[in-house]
Design a protein around this ligand. Structure first.
Ligand SMILES: [Zn+2]
Length: 230
Protein backbone atom coordinates (compact mmCIF):
# COMPACT_ATOMS: atom_id res chain seq x y z
CA UNK A 1 0.00 0.00 0.00
CA UNK A 2 1.47 3.20 -0.88
CA UNK A 3 0.47 6.36 0.66
CA UNK A 4 1.34 8.38 -2.33
CA UNK A 5 -1.64 10.66 -2.67
CA UNK A 6 -2.80 10.96 -6.20
CA UNK A 7 -4.80 14.13 -5.42
CA UNK A 8 -1.65 16.26 -5.35
CA UNK A 9 -0.77 15.28 -8.83
CA UNK A 10 -4.32 15.78 -9.79
CA UNK A 11 -4.28 19.22 -8.35
CA UNK A 12 -1.01 19.99 -10.00
CA UNK A 13 -2.32 18.70 -13.32
CA UNK A 14 -5.50 20.60 -12.82
CA UNK A 15 -3.61 23.75 -12.06
CA UNK A 16 -1.52 23.27 -15.11
CA UNK A 17 -4.54 22.53 -17.19
CA UNK A 18 -6.24 25.57 -15.80
CA UNK A 19 -3.32 27.79 -16.49
CA UNK A 20 -2.95 26.40 -20.01
CA UNK A 21 -6.66 26.86 -20.53
CA UNK A 22 -6.35 30.36 -19.21
CA UNK A 23 -3.52 31.19 -21.58
CA UNK A 24 -5.43 29.73 -24.46
CA UNK A 25 -8.51 31.63 -23.45
CA UNK A 26 -6.63 34.89 -23.15
CA UNK A 27 -4.92 34.29 -26.46
CA UNK A 28 -8.24 33.47 -28.07
CA UNK A 29 -9.71 36.60 -26.61
CA UNK A 30 -6.85 38.66 -27.90
CA UNK A 31 -7.16 37.17 -31.37
CA UNK A 32 -10.91 37.55 -31.27
CA UNK A 33 -10.56 41.13 -30.16
CA UNK A 34 -8.13 41.94 -32.91
CA UNK A 35 -10.39 40.32 -35.47
CA UNK A 36 -13.36 42.15 -34.02
CA UNK A 37 -11.43 45.37 -34.14
CA UNK A 38 -10.62 44.70 -37.77
CA UNK A 39 -14.21 43.98 -38.48
CA UNK A 40 -15.37 47.10 -36.73
CA UNK A 41 -12.60 49.06 -38.36
CA UNK A 42 -11.21 49.98 -34.95
CA UNK A 43 -7.70 48.89 -35.72
CA UNK A 44 -5.89 51.99 -36.95
CA UNK A 45 -3.40 49.81 -38.80
CA UNK A 46 -6.23 48.46 -40.89
CA UNK A 47 -6.60 51.83 -42.56
CA UNK A 48 -3.17 51.57 -44.03
CA UNK A 49 -3.82 48.16 -45.48
CA UNK A 50 -5.12 48.44 -48.97
CA UNK A 51 -8.19 46.40 -49.64
CA UNK A 52 -7.10 43.33 -51.45
CA UNK A 53 -10.45 41.62 -51.57
CA UNK A 54 -11.48 43.72 -54.52
CA UNK A 55 -9.28 41.90 -56.97
CA UNK A 56 -11.20 39.93 -59.49
CA UNK A 57 -10.91 36.18 -59.86
CA UNK A 58 -8.12 36.60 -62.39
CA UNK A 59 -6.27 39.21 -60.37
CA UNK A 60 -3.41 38.21 -58.19
CA UNK A 61 -3.46 39.85 -54.83
CA UNK A 62 0.03 41.07 -54.09
CA UNK A 63 1.45 40.02 -50.71
CA UNK A 64 0.68 42.40 -47.87
CA UNK A 65 4.38 42.77 -47.11
CA UNK A 66 5.12 44.29 -50.46
CA UNK A 67 2.25 46.67 -50.12
CA UNK A 68 3.21 47.95 -46.70
CA UNK A 69 6.90 48.34 -47.49
CA UNK A 70 6.50 51.16 -49.90
CA UNK A 71 9.86 52.71 -49.27
CA UNK A 72 11.73 49.80 -50.80
CA UNK A 73 11.60 50.13 -54.52
CA UNK A 74 10.79 46.87 -56.16
CA UNK A 75 12.90 45.98 -59.14
CA UNK A 76 10.94 46.58 -62.29
CA UNK A 77 10.26 43.32 -63.98
CA UNK A 78 10.80 43.63 -67.71
CA UNK A 79 8.46 41.52 -69.77
CA UNK A 80 10.28 38.62 -71.37
CA UNK A 81 11.19 39.20 -75.00
CA UNK A 82 8.41 37.98 -77.20
CA UNK A 83 9.41 34.91 -79.10
CA UNK A 84 6.51 35.40 -81.45
CA UNK A 85 7.85 36.94 -84.65
CA UNK A 86 6.21 40.22 -85.49
CA UNK A 87 3.71 39.83 -88.24
CA UNK A 88 5.28 41.22 -91.38
CA UNK A 89 3.34 44.09 -92.87
CA UNK A 90 2.35 43.28 -96.41
CA UNK A 91 4.70 45.01 -98.75
CA UNK A 92 3.06 47.14 -101.37
CA UNK A 93 3.99 46.35 -104.93
CA UNK A 94 7.08 48.09 -106.17
CA UNK A 95 5.21 50.28 -108.59
CA UNK A 96 2.88 51.45 -105.84
CA UNK A 97 5.69 52.01 -103.36
CA UNK A 98 8.29 53.78 -105.48
CA UNK A 99 7.59 57.09 -107.06
CA UNK A 100 9.59 58.05 -110.11
CA UNK A 101 10.71 61.33 -111.49
CA UNK A 102 8.01 61.32 -114.08
CA UNK A 103 9.63 64.01 -116.19
CA UNK A 104 12.78 61.95 -116.77
CA UNK A 105 13.58 58.56 -118.26
CA UNK A 106 13.74 57.13 -114.72
CA UNK A 107 11.96 53.82 -114.42
CA UNK A 108 11.52 53.27 -118.14
CA UNK A 109 12.34 49.85 -119.54
CA UNK A 110 15.96 49.61 -120.73
CA UNK A 111 14.73 49.15 -124.27
CA UNK A 112 12.60 52.30 -124.39
CA UNK A 113 15.21 54.24 -122.49
CA UNK A 114 18.09 53.48 -124.85
CA UNK A 115 15.97 54.00 -127.94
CA UNK A 116 14.72 57.31 -126.66
CA UNK A 117 18.28 58.42 -125.89
CA UNK A 118 19.33 57.80 -129.49
CA UNK A 119 16.24 59.50 -130.86
CA UNK A 120 16.70 62.49 -128.57
CA UNK A 121 20.31 62.88 -129.73
CA UNK A 122 19.25 62.69 -133.39
CA UNK A 123 16.47 65.20 -132.84
CA UNK A 124 18.89 67.54 -131.13
CA UNK A 125 21.15 67.32 -134.19
CA UNK A 126 18.11 68.42 -136.20
CA UNK A 127 17.57 71.34 -133.85
CA UNK A 128 14.61 69.79 -132.01
CA UNK A 129 14.59 69.32 -128.24
CA UNK A 130 12.63 66.34 -127.00
CA UNK A 131 11.57 66.55 -123.39
CA UNK A 132 9.66 63.97 -121.41
CA UNK A 133 6.51 65.33 -119.86
CA UNK A 134 5.38 62.02 -118.36
CA UNK A 135 7.30 58.75 -118.30
CA UNK A 136 7.04 56.06 -115.66
CA UNK A 137 4.13 56.56 -113.30
CA UNK A 138 3.32 55.00 -109.97
CA UNK A 139 0.07 53.11 -109.54
CA UNK A 140 -1.11 55.84 -107.19
CA UNK A 141 -0.35 58.55 -109.74
CA UNK A 142 -2.15 56.66 -112.49
CA UNK A 143 -5.18 56.17 -110.24
CA UNK A 144 -5.19 59.87 -109.47
CA UNK A 145 -5.03 60.74 -113.16
CA UNK A 146 -7.88 58.35 -113.89
CA UNK A 147 -10.05 59.84 -111.14
CA UNK A 148 -9.43 63.30 -112.55
CA UNK A 149 -10.19 62.11 -116.10
CA UNK A 150 -13.49 60.54 -114.98
CA UNK A 151 -14.47 63.90 -113.47
CA UNK A 152 -13.46 65.73 -116.61
CA UNK A 153 -14.98 63.39 -119.20
CA UNK A 154 -18.01 62.37 -117.20
CA UNK A 155 -17.68 58.58 -117.31
CA UNK A 156 -15.20 55.78 -116.84
CA UNK A 157 -15.50 54.72 -120.47
CA UNK A 158 -14.86 58.19 -121.82
CA UNK A 159 -12.01 58.75 -119.36
CA UNK A 160 -10.19 55.56 -120.31
CA UNK A 161 -9.83 56.77 -123.91
CA UNK A 162 -7.26 59.09 -122.40
CA UNK A 163 -6.13 57.57 -119.15
CA UNK A 164 -6.02 53.84 -118.59
CA UNK A 165 -6.40 52.17 -115.21
CA UNK A 166 -3.03 51.25 -113.63
CA UNK A 167 -3.29 47.57 -114.55
CA UNK A 168 -3.47 48.42 -118.26
CA UNK A 169 -1.32 51.53 -118.42
CA UNK A 170 1.97 51.29 -120.32
CA UNK A 171 3.18 54.27 -118.24
CA UNK A 172 2.91 52.24 -115.03
CA UNK A 173 5.02 49.51 -116.69
CA UNK A 174 7.67 52.00 -117.81
CA UNK A 175 6.82 51.24 -121.43
CA UNK A 176 5.50 54.63 -122.57
CA UNK A 177 6.53 58.28 -122.68
CA UNK A 178 4.62 61.45 -123.25
CA UNK A 179 6.83 64.09 -124.81
CA UNK A 180 6.78 67.74 -125.73
CA UNK A 181 6.76 70.31 -127.11
CA UNK A 182 4.78 70.21 -130.35
CA UNK A 183 7.87 70.22 -132.56
CA UNK A 184 9.23 67.20 -130.70
CA UNK A 185 5.97 65.29 -131.21
CA UNK A 186 6.11 66.01 -134.92
CA UNK A 187 9.76 65.02 -135.23
CA UNK A 188 9.37 61.75 -133.31
CA UNK A 189 6.21 60.86 -135.21
CA UNK A 190 8.19 61.18 -138.46
CA UNK A 191 11.50 59.69 -137.33
CA UNK A 192 10.72 57.48 -134.35
CA UNK A 193 10.55 54.26 -136.46
CA UNK A 194 14.32 54.55 -137.11
CA UNK A 195 14.79 54.00 -133.36
CA UNK A 196 11.86 51.62 -132.85
CA UNK A 197 9.64 54.27 -131.28
CA UNK A 198 6.08 54.82 -132.45
CA UNK A 199 3.13 57.03 -131.76
CA UNK A 200 0.35 54.71 -130.64
CA UNK A 201 -2.92 56.68 -130.55
CA UNK A 202 -4.63 59.13 -132.91
CA UNK A 203 -5.94 61.21 -130.03
CA UNK A 204 -2.58 61.48 -128.22
CA UNK A 205 0.15 63.00 -130.43
CA UNK A 206 2.46 63.12 -127.39
CA UNK A 207 2.33 59.42 -126.45
CA UNK A 208 5.08 57.06 -127.72
CA UNK A 209 6.04 53.47 -127.10
CA UNK A 210 8.71 51.07 -128.35
CA UNK A 211 6.39 49.28 -130.73
CA UNK A 212 8.64 48.18 -133.56
CA UNK A 213 12.11 46.94 -134.39
CA UNK A 214 14.41 49.91 -135.07
CA UNK A 215 14.34 50.64 -138.81
CA UNK A 216 11.01 48.93 -139.34
CA UNK A 217 7.67 50.52 -140.02
CA UNK A 218 5.43 51.33 -137.06
CA UNK A 219 2.15 49.40 -136.62
CA UNK A 220 -1.11 51.09 -137.56
CA UNK A 221 -2.23 53.66 -135.02
CA UNK A 222 -5.17 53.02 -132.73
CA UNK A 223 -7.83 55.69 -132.51
CA UNK A 224 -7.60 55.86 -128.72
CA UNK A 225 -6.74 53.84 -125.65
CA UNK A 226 -9.07 51.06 -124.52
CA UNK A 227 -9.17 49.70 -121.00
CA UNK A 228 -8.24 46.11 -121.74
CA UNK A 229 -5.19 43.89 -121.48
CA UNK A 230 -2.80 43.97 -124.45
ZN1 LIG B 1 0.91 58.64 -122.46
Amino acid sequence: MTNEPPPRRTISVRTRLLSVTGVVAVASLLIWHSQLADLLDLNPAADKQPVVGGSGPGGTAPPAVELSVKATPQPVKMPPPSKKPTKPTPKPTKSAQVSYDESSDEGLTPRLRSRLKKATAAAKADGVAISITSGRRSVAKQQKLLREAIERYGSYKAATRWVLPPEYSAHVKGMAVDIGPQAAMVWLNQNGWRYGICRRYDNEPWHFEALTTPGRRCPARESHAVAKAD
